[in-house]
Design a protein around this ligand. Sequence first.
Ligand code: ADP
Length: 557
Amino acid sequence: MKKRIIIANAIITVIALCVMFALGITVTKSDYNDITSDRIKELTSVYVKTYEGQEDFVSGAPKDVRVTVIAGDGKVLADSEATGLEQAENHLDREEIKAARNGNPKTVVRYSVTLGKEMMYYAETKTIGDSTYYIRVAIPVESVNSYVNKSVPLTLSIMFFAAFLSCAAGIICTSGLLKPLQTIKNGLAEIERGEYKQIPPTTGDAELNKILCDINDVSEKLKDSIKEARGERERLDYIFNNVSDGIAVINSDLTVSAANRSLKTIFGVKDASGKDINVLTADEKFISAVSETAKDKKDRLFTLSFGEKWFLVSVRSTEKDTIIAVLTEVTAEKQSEKVRLEFFANASHELKTPLTAIKGFNEMIALGVKDEKIKDYSSRIEKETDRMLVLIGDMLKLSKLENLRAPDKSEEISLKNVAEEVIQSLKPIAEERGVSLCASGDISLKGEREHFYELIKNLAENAVRYNKQGGHAEIKLFERGGKKYVEVSDDGIGIDEEHQSRIFERFYRVDKSRSRATGGTGLGLAIVKHIGELYGAEISLKSRIGFGTTFTVAFVD
Ligand code: ADP
């Protein structure tokens, strides 16, 4: 800044001097012409008065004055400086002669080839008898260039001197002016570093002192705000790093913005800030959940296991386009759930054997009796044992699924064949209820055939069982946007909105008596949900009372 002020100051001074020099030349030139013009007019009037036709009239002309006598027809009669060539020329076309002839004499400045310099010409008429003569006087006009040439060295010296003075003055002034500004700058830098100090208002300039006082006031407030913000940040940092949950803040480009201590411990990393999320973990489920949330802004909740530990993972998208992943340890809950599931599986297993025996003995009784009453009791026992066996079968399937960590994905299964097999197995109940059941499309998925069979069978069975006489049910298999879909729709009784979020719970039934009457166990959708979770599929449903239901299972293969 200092440099710029000094250079600008010097440039302005030089420009001002140049302008003054040009103006000086113009004014001097004008004055000089005026003086020469007065002199030439005086001289001409003297020559006109004294001319009486004498032959040697021009011989006594002073050294710097050229006197010419021209006859009325333009012929040069006498010239104090003339060359023969110029004398031969007719002079009536000369501007000063024309002006004299018109009775309006005027001075004319032009370059004289004869004398090789710029001259001022002036002519007047003289009448002797009948003859007319023109007395012309010419004086050299000292050229402005010579004036310029003479004055250039002086002017240049003045300019350099003035520029020097201007620079010196600039340095002195700017140093005085910039010193307080430098003080302000240093003061502000200290505030930024958090080493706040008051800037003493001792610049000698009242206005600057006032500004310094204002800055001190603002700085004081700023210091308090910075301190408060720092304290707040430290508090938040403390909480962030000391909560037991692992927290990661992830940018939309999947780089880690911040990760707390617990999260680093869970993933076994030292520092992840600014790095890709792959640095945190190679777990596909976690990475795909975060990248999906970054794209569709939908929240996700799922469980993950790292070694012996289990975590409930919540992935949420914030308004600021960042993603927050929170990992809460649920190992204890998982263990107690495991114990419960084992009990569930063992109990189901233990129940299955005596029930099968009861069923067998009952069949034998039915074969040996003739009494209609006993036959009726026996058929009821058969019905109930069948129901119980189906229920135990579903319970065992569910516990098997719950104990399975990952499905075997070595085989690629065509779901069209599976769907056709399901239709075949449901044919009796579909015909009994007058419901048409069909399948369309095809997709293939890597996994276990039994799982896909159970998923489609439970959905299709519900579509038939919760339908009206003459209703329709359809299994659609298709691909869209890189995902593979299994969609089962019906135009049956529909599910009220209040029940939709709960029907995937075990034994949750909208209408218990209808479910029982149609042979439902209350576990079908729980099995569907578990299979979906095992394959990382998303299950959604759309339903309207009286219009029907559509279940959609989307697989990312
Ligand atoms: P259930 O063995 O009772 O059918 P599910 O788990 O398969 O048990 O289904 C839970 C409940 O959801 C059912 O009892 C039924 O009320 C409701 N439901 C399931 N599918 C349908 C459907 N397609 N249409 C109407 N209600 C349905």
